[in-house]
Design a protein around this ligand. Sequence first.
Ligand code: GLV
Length: 320
Amino acid sequence: MKQRIFITRKLDDGVLAPLREKFDVRMWESESESVPRDILLQEVAEVDALWTVLADNVDRELFEMAPKLKVVSNLAVGHNNIDLEVAKERGIIVTNTPGVLTETTADLTFGLLLATARRLMEAENDVRTGNWTSWSPMGYTGMDVGGATLGIVGMGRIGEAVARRAKGFDMRILYHNRSRKMDAEVEHGFEYVELDALLGEADFVVILAPYTPETVGMIGARELGLMKKTAVLINVARGAIVDEVALYDALKNGDIWAAGLDVFTTEPVPQDNPLLILPNVTVLPHIGSASITTRLGMMKLNGQAIMDVLEGREPENRVV
Ligand code: GLV
């Protein structure tokens, strides 16, 4: 009997071909809709490997219904949708997709920063809807990016890639991280500061920290209150790192100038989330790593990791 793999979204056939030669590959055939929980739980009863996306909740209940499961490979660098403690307890390997998405996510981060600072979405929308009526001296005026101070919260690989881009814009670069990055400080002149100092000094605060119990709600009313009234907050990490109610209040009251969000506490973001009606919020549907090459590269890493585990080799990119 061939070992079985279940894939929770429709993925590229080319990436799946090598797996199909050796294993019994089953797949949820929708690209845009999550597999319903009851079907997922039925499928995992017989699987040796599970290939997941961020929207899948891989929790104790699921693990307990999957007696043969050896590996979960997540199509993301983040893995907050997987209960790693239970995976560890049960000796199940979990892998993710770091590295390949670094530059692509940094591009998106910088794009969102520019779009928010210069109000690009609002301006584009006016052109399309016939509201571009005349050139206006102060119309669509935003914040300068060139020469401004950037504060990066969470200086991992993506943070460093954003900082390198910012150097091309002559920005001063502050960062806050669990550990100092001495090499980057010496090589690129990045400055380490405590979080409160970063929030007080930065014109652009970019959240790139991982989602952990320590970072949930890390940016709340107090932290937003430390930011400049002219500052812009960019979140491309996980929605729940920023308290969305406090963010709404800060944006509405003019405590900060704008926010650019690629991530939300609940995704897809509910249409009644009040952040969506604020004019000074730029929103995207969690597309940090969404380039064709990068997404295919991420899939290749997942496919290889599954193949490695099922054939008894140690996979790369193990989280546990
Ligand atoms: C996306 O958010 C990822 O973690 O890859």
